[in-house]
Structures are given as structure tokens and as C-alpha cells.
Design a protein around this ligand. Structure first.
Ligand SMILES: O=c1ccn([C@@H]2O[C@H](COP(=O)(O)OP(=O)(O)O)[C@@H](O)[C@H]2O)c(=O)[nH]1
Ligand SMILES: O=C(O)[C@@H](COP(=O)(O)O)O[C@H]1O[C@H](CO)[C@@H](O)[C@H](O)[C@H]1O
Length: 320
């Protein structure tokens, strides 16, 4: 193991048990800081309500650590928006944010637009498909940010059980992490190889940092943020917090193959001396008389740093 990674692991790995909500609330008030929590949601009516309810109960009503709780509706076709609103979140539809920038699908697009739709000094992202969600996830992510000014970005780490046809098995989740993201980081960005869950969907950062980097519009957003923030602020400004165990809804292997394609495109765009790569992904399905090739486009775009969008809007609101 590289000496710098060993040191980073020692210095920048925290445990959720290090903090209590009361301590964070006192630190937040001393600093006059505000906190936004954002849940990107696409057809998550079955899980989003419980997550919002848990966050509101623990970290809005009991200990007002959260100042703003927003569900970014990514174009849901189910009752995600209604369920989230009934549970007490402010719901923002992605089409209502920066409409002049066109409509781009993807998780990263929802997160990028959430920066424009929120105002907290610290921004926490939590997936809306989590099961048995523990609001202490947010405590663990905010702890380093509210107690160490040198930390600008915190990723969650956790055990990742996998729901299979035989039921829940204690490990095996994080398939794209293990099969693509971790090998990629170790090969090309080894200084980031200490991140246990580089693709974790729960993370938090200082707004001024988050608004200074591009957001990959698709599933490459987590990979892109890690690489771009390390380049901007240095690896020591990044940290990880052990949050215990995380269960979430799993996609099919084919869907994760398409996710991996988007992450690969995002990574290749950040490699020095980048070469252009085909964005077409051919996948195959069995049919009665053979196999059928299905063509997918794994291309995504990098949305510009939000601070640039605000600056341009401040100068006559010209479209970027
Ligand atoms: O275009 C998208 C895709 C995903 N998501 C949300 O982003 C989170 C993570 O996405 P997903 O569950 O599909 O990824 P996985 O956890 O399976 O890797 C979930 O809350 C999704 O509802 C979104 O808001 N817009
Ligand atoms: O970590 C992973 O390999 C993927 C897939 O997880 P599973 O194999 O379904 O547990 O999940 C993450 O990756 C996405 C892309 O970065 C994130 O957007 C998700 O929030 C995260 O769950």
C-alpha cells in the first residue's frame, strides 16, 4: 500500500459514533452554518417517504441539524413527489430548475440542479431507494465537516448486503464499485484508492467546493466528483465516514452494465491525454430464435460548475 494512502486512511477515516446530533447542532450554530439534505429520486415511492420521515423526526424536529430537506424529482412516473411531500420534504422537479439549460436525463443532472434549488452552506446527498435507513448516516457525514475546517467532502462507507433470489446476503453489493470503479481508481488515480466506497450515494460537501466542479449528468457523477474534487482541493480535503450497513434497491446486471458504461465515459474524460471513446454499448438478450443485440448510448455530459452558471446569470442571464 502506498504510504500516502496509508496515512490518508488513518487521518481521514471517521466513524459515525464519533458524533452526537447535539454536538453537531452546537457546532453548526457556532459557525452560523446551514445544512441542506438532497434526495435524488426517480420512481422511489416505496422508500422515499420513510427516509424523509426518519430525517425529519431525528434531525429537523428533535435536533434541528437540517435546515432544508429537498427531494429532487428526476421525472418520476409514480407517486414519489406526493409521498415525499406528505412526509414533509420540499419537492423540486428537475424540469423547473434552470429550464434554459435544456433537459438532460440522469442522476448527476438532478444533483447538479439541486445546487441551484438549495442554499445550505453544507450539502448532503442521500439516495432515495435506501431500505432500513438510519438518519445517523447524515450525522456521520456532517461530523467531519462541522468539526474540521480542513475537510471539504465526506463519502459514506458501509457494508453492502445484496438482495438475491435466495434473500439478503451480508455482502456482494457495490458490484460496479468492485468490478469497475475500484480497479479504475487504483490504476489511474491511486491516491484515491483509500476510498472504501467511492461510488457511495451518501456523501456531503461544502457548497463552495461543490459549486466549483462540473457534475457528470449520469451515473458517473460520484466518480467524477471524487476525481475533480481531489484535483481541486487535494486528497486531504476529502474524507470518509463509516456509517455501518447500507441496504438499497438493486438494479439488474444489465442495468449496472449501462451504469458502468457511463462511469467509464466519465473516467475517460478525466484521464490525461484522453482519447475519444465510442459511447455505444451493445447488450444482448435471448430471443426464441437466438439473441437480439440492443444498442445503448452511455454518453453523458459534464454540467458546468454551478458558480459559473450563477456568474453568467448575473451578467444579463445570457444562456451558457
Ligand atoms: O436518472 C436518475 C437515476 C437515479 N436517480 C436516483 O439516484 C439514486 C441512485 O440511483 P439508483 O438507485 O438507480 O442507483 P443504484 O443505487 O442502484 O446504484 C436513487 O435515489 C434514484 O432514484 C435519479 O434521481 N435520477
Ligand atoms: O456501488 C455500486 O456498485 C452501485 C451498484 O450497487 P449494487 O451492486 O446494486 O449494490 O451503486 C452505487 O453506484 C452509483 C453510481 O455511482 C451511485 O449513484 C449509487 O448511489 C450507488 O448505490
Amino acid at each position: 500500500m502506498r504510504a500516502d494512502v496509508r496515512r490518508w486512511l488513518h487521518d481521514r477515516t471517521y466513524r459515525v459514533t464519533c458524533w452526537e446530533p447535539e454536538q453537531l447542532l452546537a457546532a453548526k450554530r457556532r459557525q452560523g452554518a446551514t445544512v441542506s439534505v438532497v434526495l435524488p429520486a426517480l420512481d422511489e415511492e416505496g422508500t422515499v417517504g420513510a427516509i424523509v420521515t426518519a430525517l425529519r423526526g431525528a434531525l429537523v424536529e428533535r435536533h434541528p441539524v437540517i435546515d432544508e430537506l429537498v427531494v429532487m424529482d428526476s421525472g418520476s412516473c409514480d407517486r414519489t413527489a406526493a409521498v415525499a411531500q406528505e412526509a414533509g420534504a420540499r419537492v423540486v422537479h428537475v424540469d423547473t430548475v434552470l429550464p434554459g439549460h435544456g433537459r438532460v436525463p440522469g442522476k448527476g443532472e438532478a444533483l447538479w440542479k439541486s445546487l441551484h434549488a438549495t442554499s445550505g452552506d453544507l450539502v448532503v446527498f442521500v439516495d432515495a431507494d435506501l431500505v432500513a435507513f438510519d438518519p445517523r448516516f447524515v450525522v456521520g457525514l456532517l461530523g467531519p465537516l462541522l468539526t474540521d475546517p480542513a475537510v471539504g467532502y465526506v463519502k459514506g462507507l458501509y457494508d453492502r448486503p445484496l438482495t438475491t433470489t435466495e434473500g439478503l446476503v451480508p455482502s456482494g453489493g457495490g458490484r460496479v464499485t468492485e468490478l469497475l470503479a475500484r480497479p479504475l481508481l487504483n490504476a489511474f488515480w491511486p491516491e484515491l484508492s483509500g476510498f472504501v466506497q467511492p461510488l457511495s450515494g451518501e456523501y456531503a460537501g461544502r457548497r463552495d467546493l461543490l459549486e466549483s466542479v462540473p457534475f457528470a449528468s449520469g451515473y458517473g457523477v460520484e466518480f467524477g466528483l471524487l476525481v475533480d474534487l481531489a484535483r481541486l482541493a487535494g486528497v486531504d480535503a476529502l474524507a470518509q465516514a463509516d456509517l455501518g450497513t447500507r441496504q438499497h434497491g438493486h438494479q439488474s446486471d444489465a442495468a449496472l452494465g449501462r451504469m458502468a458504461g457511463q462511469i467509464l465515459q466519465t473516467a475517460m474524460a478525466r484521464l490525461p491525454g484522453r482519447t475519444t471513446a465510442s459511447t455505444e454499448l451493445l447488450q444482448f438478450v435471448r430471443t426464441d430464435d437466438g439473441v437480439e443485440a440492443v444498442s445503448w448510448d452511455t454518453g453523458t455530459i459534464d454540467r458546468p460548475p454551478m458558480r459559473e452558471v450563477r456568474a453568467r446569470a448575473g451578467h444579463g442571464g445570457r444562456r451558457p
